[in-house]
Design a protein around this ligand. Structure first.
Ligand code: NAD
Length: 451
């Protein structure tokens, strides 16, 4: 079995990728078990050095990785470069962890009590197609740092940069079998990560539907899981904010990566008293978004990831959709979709379902209480933005919105040094930040009797 990778910007064939079957997956997991035992015995400073060499290899390959991502996923080249640099940064950040997995000494009677952070063994990382290499690194870097082996299954549509990272790890001197990238189907390779008892933890990023299935499957072996799932995040614009700035930045909070971002602020909540003024500035800003050839330096938004995904996004915008205005997109071959602004009713499909494309639903609200209720009226809780110049309101609303990653007067979500993850059905557990390596360990308590 193999998969043909198509460039979504022009529909040309990029390459063929072989898919592993269940037996090959089991063989790779068995190699990982052997490699992990050795790796856990390597001195912390030497594990740190090995990860820094891996980061250096990524750094030297940034242009190559970026071009690969642009051809495979259609990401604008400047964004692809940022993503490759982010993988290097994540590796560098967690290269400090092996020497800082510090346990506790707990006062008890009759002896010495200490805790250790023991590695889990083999960790299975399953990634989606929207940010293939960055999301992979959030799993593999801290997992390796904590003394685990990693098997990584990239999404069927976007395997190329993950496969390249597997090669770079070997070139940088990581032991054979320690970090393996296994291309294949979710229902084959991904399912096997769930059922093979040698895989001790699953890090899954993808749809809420598949995430629930993985969580249910993992229960059979009480397998540890971290889940990063869907979102329908709110960008809340209060009348007391800098309306011009809020309008000028809003397109990039939802149309970046063609809206294929779990943190996309795909619900834009605008206070009724400034609605018209905001929409005027917003329309201009949407029309100015540069959608086009992702290999060009000036391009801000590329195509959707595949023609099949474009079908899925387009199914939300039929003739009855309340379209307010649209930006532009190229004609001709490629999975193009123009940025689209809709004004649906509260509770409608457009206002509640994750579309995962360049579509934003604008909803007016009356006051602070209404804004909070509307923002929280969703099964998801991943990210969100709050625009206000009232400090007290910024604090109140940030505390009241049920979401894992909020920003006030900005749209930032992801920094490798701060924790990332979702409330409610947007996920379980946290990635990144100073504690991530510990999430790939078991705490062991040992009491040494002194009498
Ligand atoms: P998906 O759930 O279809 O697939 C994700 C991965 O799971 C793929 O590698 C797929 O092959 C694999 N998979 C599918 N079925 C499986 C099974 N039965 N067992 C094991 N693995 C299986 O998601 P997608 O369409 O690739 O990605 C889009 C979704 O990901 C969106 O919902 C988006 O919000 C979410 N996402 C979340 C975050 C986050 O951090 N919260 C980040 C990025 C994307």
């Amino acid at each position: 079995m193999s998969y043909t990778v198509i460039n979504p910007a022009d529909e040309s064939i990029v390459t063929e990728v072989e898919h592993l079957d269940e037996a090959a997956t089991d063989a790779a997991i068995a190699r990982a078990v052997v490699a992990q035992r050795e790796w856990a015995r390597v001195a912390p400073a030497d594990r740190a050095r090995a990860l820094r060499r891996f980061a250096d290899a990524v750094d030297a390959d940034i242009e190559h990785l970026a071009l690969l991502e642009t051809r495979n996923s259609g990401h604008p080249i400047t964004q692809s470069r940022w993503e490759a640099g982010h993988v290097r940064d994540v590796l560098e950040y967690y290269s400090a962890s092996p020497e800082r997995l510090i346990g506790k000494q707990i006062p008890v009677a009759g002896g010495l009590d200490v805790t250790f952070h023991e590695p889990l063994g083999v960790v299975g990382v399953i990634t989606p197609w929207n940010f293939p290499m960055t999301i992979a690194s959030w799993g593999f870097a801290p997992a390796l740092a904590a003394g685990n082996a990693v098997v990584l299954k990239p999404a069927e549509w976007t395997p190329l940069t993950s496969l390249r990272l597997g090669e770079l790890a070997l070139e940088a001197g990581l032991p054979e079998g320690l970090f393996q990238v296994l291309a294949g189907r979710g229902s084959v390779v991904g399912e096997r990560f769930v059922t093979n008892p040698a895989v001790r933890k699953l890090v899954f990023t993808g749809s809420t539907e598949v995430g629930k299935r993985i969580m249910a499957g993992a229960a059979d072996q009480v397998k540890r899981v971290t889940l990063e799932l869907g979102g329908k995040s709110a960008n809340i614009v209060f009348a007391d904010s800098d309306i011009e700035k809020a309008a000028a930045t809003a397109p990039y909070s939802v149309f970046d990566n063609a809206g294929q971002d779990c943190c996309a602020r795909s619900r834009l909540l605008v206070q009724r008293s400034v609605y018209d003024r905001f929409m005027e500035g917003f329309e201009q800003a949407v029309k100015n978004v540069k959608v086009g050839d992702p290999t060009l330096e000036e391009t801000e938004v590329g195509p959707l990831v595949t023609l099949a995904h474009r079908e899925s996004v387009a199914s939300f915008i039929d003739d009855s959709a309340p379209v307010a205005f649209r930006g532009s997109a190229p004609d001709g071959p490629g999975a193009w979709f123009a940025p689209t602004v809709v004004t649906p009713e509260r509770g409608s499909r457009l206002a509640t379902e994750e579309i995962f494309g360049p579509v934003v639903s604008v909803l007016p609200f009356d006051d602070e209480a209404d804004a909070i209720a509307l923002a929280n009226d969703t099964e998801y809780g991943l990210s969100g933005s709050i625009w206000t110049n009232d400090l007290g309101r910024g604090i109140r609303v940030a505390r009241a919105v049920e979401g894992g990653n909020l920003s006030v007067n900005s749209h930032s979500s992801v920094r490798y040094s701060t924790p990332f993850g979702g409330f409610k059905q947007s996920g379980l557990g946290r990635e990144l930040g100073p504690d991530a390596a510990e999430h790939f360990t078991e705490t062991k308590n040992v009491f040494f009797a002194s009498e």
